[in-house]
Ligand binder design. Structure first.
Ligand SMILES: [Fe+2]
Length: 251
């Protein structure tokens, strides 16, 4: 398989990976303005972009996902809970769904907490093994931190949901599973993120301070450390829900 992690604006980490042999690629959390980079990487790999996914409707940067999908003729995916909320056509992702890109498989986990529509992606390479090799964890689990729970309000309830998601869906995965988060240090989507852009489930279980607390302590700690809201958040969410990025002069 091929795999690229792209550090992008707003301390975002985007992903481009896929199957070289069968020439199919997946793009995840594309930042607006980076569409050409993904198209160039696909050309280098000799692969067609088969799936364009956002792990959630972002609040801190404009998504380039809808535009990339239009340009390459690929489906654009968001979690199914966005049906009725997003006025343009997208492919709804459901918990347990599997997407295929040649020998690379992507299993969808619905992981509410940072937002209600957050998903994580478990990625397998059948040329290496039939179990997931790594997880793209979006803004659910970062290296050394977790996603902020407050962006849509009800922060305590969402913090509790994030605790449940982490302990029931992510920390039950094998310790040697690699994790690739949606942000690194400098992001407004969480507090205390490492500048190292990858880790494993096992290392985070041992050393991520947010993962060793009781549910009550986790909610208190997370609410107490919430960073200030992303700049232009309302306008960014509104644009991402419409799938249309404003011209640079108005952005
Ligand atoms: Fe986010």
């Amino acid at each position: 398989m091929f795999f690229r992690q792209r550090p992008a604006e707003s301390a975002t980490l985007s992903y481009f990976f896929g199957c070289a042999g069968l020439a199919k690629a997946v793009a995840v959390d594309v930042v607006a303005g980076d569409e050409d980079w993904f198209i160039a990487e696909a050309e280098k790999a000799g692969a067609r972009i088969a799936h364009v996914i956002d792990t959630h409707v972002h609040a801190d940067h404009y998504s380039g996902g809808p535009e990339l999908a239009r340009r390459v003729g690929a489906p654009y995916y968001l979690h199914e809970s966005n049906q009725g909320r997003v006025p343009f056509e997208f492919e709804p992702l459901t918990d347990g769904q599997r997407l295929e890109a040649g020998n690379v498989l992507v299993d969808v986990l619905h992981t509410p907490g940072h937002t209600l529509d957050s998903v994580c992606l478990l990625v397998s390479d059948l040329r290496r093994g039939n179990e997931p090799w790594f997880a793209i964890t979006g803004d659910t689990l970062f290296v050394g931190a977790v996603g902020r729970p407050d962006l849509a309000g009800r922060e305590r309830e969402m913090a509790a949901r994030l605790h449940d998601t982490l302990h029931r869906k992510l920390l039950t995965l094998p310790s040697d599973l690699e994790i690739y988060p949606g942000h690194q240090a400098g992001s407004a989507c969480g507090a205390g993120l490492s500048g190292k852009p990858a880790s494993t489930i096992g290392f985070e279980k041992r050393f991520n301070p947010m993962l060793t607390m009781s549910r009550e302590a986790f909610v208190e700690a997370l609410v107490a450390e919430t960073p200030s809201s992303p700049v232009d958040m309302a306008r960014i969410i509104e644009a991402n829900l419409r799938g249309v990025v404003p011209e640079p002069s108005t952005a």
